[in-house]
Design a protein around this ligand. Structure first.
Ligand code: GSH
Length: 223
């Protein structure tokens, strides 16, 4: 039995939920409401001492880290989104590592979380310079992604969807919380539109879209 502790709005949970929905995995979802601080409870810390989601459980085997979880569940069903051929798999791993290291640092943390999550912006002089520094780096990362997508003309690693697309598209769309302008990156825009047109995208993103709409409404009211 596969069980996923997840907050459906969370960036690290959405890729797993999207892949699971498309693959029609028999996955029990255990909701962990991050906004309510349910991840901070001692009971949850016994499940994951990092107090983060997602966490996968499979017949007594417990796994954290969204990238590792995606790879594990893809292997369970021999998914074509994570082929066994060494170079194809290495390329997918390369991009997944890229998203969870280089991209996440400058874009998710340096731009989005710093604006929408209390505690992620440093209340000290230099915060706006820090954000500007991350913005330049985030733009450079997006330019690299854009060039890769221009070359494939379809998905991150080629003509077929892979785990890198599930992970990456969910990370990039986090920018909707701050109305991040992706238009300087036309191939990224085209790829995001393609990912969003997949039938499972909208139902999986209901919670995230609700969060985004609430933040946008707040911003409009404050303006
Ligand atoms: N490296 C982990 C990061 C997990 C993570 O930071 N999850 C966030 C949600 S996107 C979380 O649970 N945050 C709660 C907190 O940090 O208090 C992964 O890739 O799964």
């Amino acid at each position: 039995m596969l069980k996923l502790y997840a907050d459906p709005a969370a960036t690290t949970c959405r890729p797993v939920l999207l892949f699971a929905a498309e693959a029609r995995l028999d996955l029990e979802i255990v909701p962990v409401d991050l906004m309510a601080g349910e991840n901070l409870a001692e009971a949850f810390a016994r499940i994951n001492p990092n107090r983060t989601v997602p966490v996968l459980e499979h017949d007594g085997f417990r796994l954290t880290e969204c990238s590792a979880i995606l790879k594990y569940v893809a292997d369970l069903i021999s998914s074509p989104a994570y082929p066994y051929q060494a170079q194809a798999r290495a390329r997918i791993n390369q991009w997944m590592d890229w998203f969870v290291t280089l991209f996440l640092q400058d874009y998710n943390y340096g731009q989005v979380y710093a604006r929408v999550l209390p505690g992620y912006a440093l209340a000290e002089p230099g915060e706006s310079e820090r954000r500007a520094w991350h913005l330049a780096r985030a733009r450079a990362r997006l330019a690299v992604l854009d060039a890769a997508l221009a070359e494939t003309g379809a998905f991150v690693c080629g003509r077929q969807i892979t785990l890198a697309d599930y992970l990456g598209a969910c990370f990039v769309t986090l920018g909707e919380l701050i109305d991040f302008d992706l238009t300087p990156h036309p191939h990224v825009c085209r790829w995001i539109a393609a990912m969003k047109s997949r039938p499972a995208w909208a139902p999986v993103h209901a919670a995230f879209n609700g969060w985004r709409n609430a933040i946008q409404a707040q911003r409009q009211n404050a303006a």
